[in-house]
Design a protein around this ligand. Structure first.
Ligand code: ZN
Length: 219
């Protein structure tokens, strides 16, 4: 997957440049975390920070506060990459909840409040099932990469976290990972360390990955 990176893009933190654009590639100096923060910043640069993507209300005129909404919700395995994020006001983000993009589109197209309420009731009825079982990401986003080919520079050990427990539960129930991990063009892991740890501990050979082909961790 190629992500859009504005020409001349720079992200600094505490006076240090930790990400920048070079020939269309996003170079990351920060290899240990901080990736999510860079993605949020990049998304606002690409998609604007003045209007809600869903209702169109404006930060300045309507005094709304913007958040970033995961189009495919995190609870359904939606990754934190610019393709999956849009600026949204708190109200739209809240109403969208963990609906898929199709569900939310159907919801928004309903005219009156009564039908919207009915839709929400129906959604909450199936929500639990959906979050536990449904895989909704577009196929073309995801690859499979051998665990042995991944590069992980942090010390993976802690299996006592609730993240690890959830990963295990999901894997045992569904026979697959809840979300693809995110890696750079050299297989550096940018997001999904818990999944990698679980795979290593359980001798799982392959893991679903989103490969950001024009993102490169540099030293
Ligand atoms: Zn809105």
């Amino acid at each position: 997957m190629i992500i859009e990176v504005p020409q001349g893009y720079v992200f600094s933190k505490e006076g240090n440049i930790i990400a920048f654009e070079e020939n269309g590639t996003l170079k990351l100096r920060s290899r240990l975390g901080g990736f999510e923060e860079i993605v949020y910043d990049l998304t606002y640069k690409l998609k604007g920070n003045t209007r809600c993507y869903y209702c169109g209300r404006s930060v300045e005129k309507d005094k709304i506060k913007l958040t970033l909404d995961h189009i495919y919700p995190r609870a359904l395995g939606g990754p934190t990459i610019p393709q999956n994020l849009v600026p949204a006001c708190r109200s739209c983000n809240g109403r969208k909840e963990n609906m898929t993009p199709d569900q939310f589109k159907a919801y928004m197209s309903l005219g009156d409040v009564k039908r919207k309420k009915e839709f929400q009731r129906e959604f909450f009825r199936i929500k639990y099932f959906q979050e536990k079982w449904v895989h909704v990401l577009p196929d073309e986003w995801t690859n499979k990469t051998k665990i042995s080919e991944l590069i992980v520079l942090i010390n993976l050990q802690d299996t006592s976290t609730s993240k690890y427990r959830k990963t295990r539960e999901y894997y045992l129930r569904c026979g697959q990972f809840h979300k693809p991990i995110v890696i750079d063009c050299h297989n550096f892991v940018l997001d999904g360390f818990t999944e990698v740890l679980y795979a290593k501990n359980n001798k799982i050979q392959e893991i679903p990955t989103i490969i950001l082909e024009n993102v490169e961790v540099i030293f």
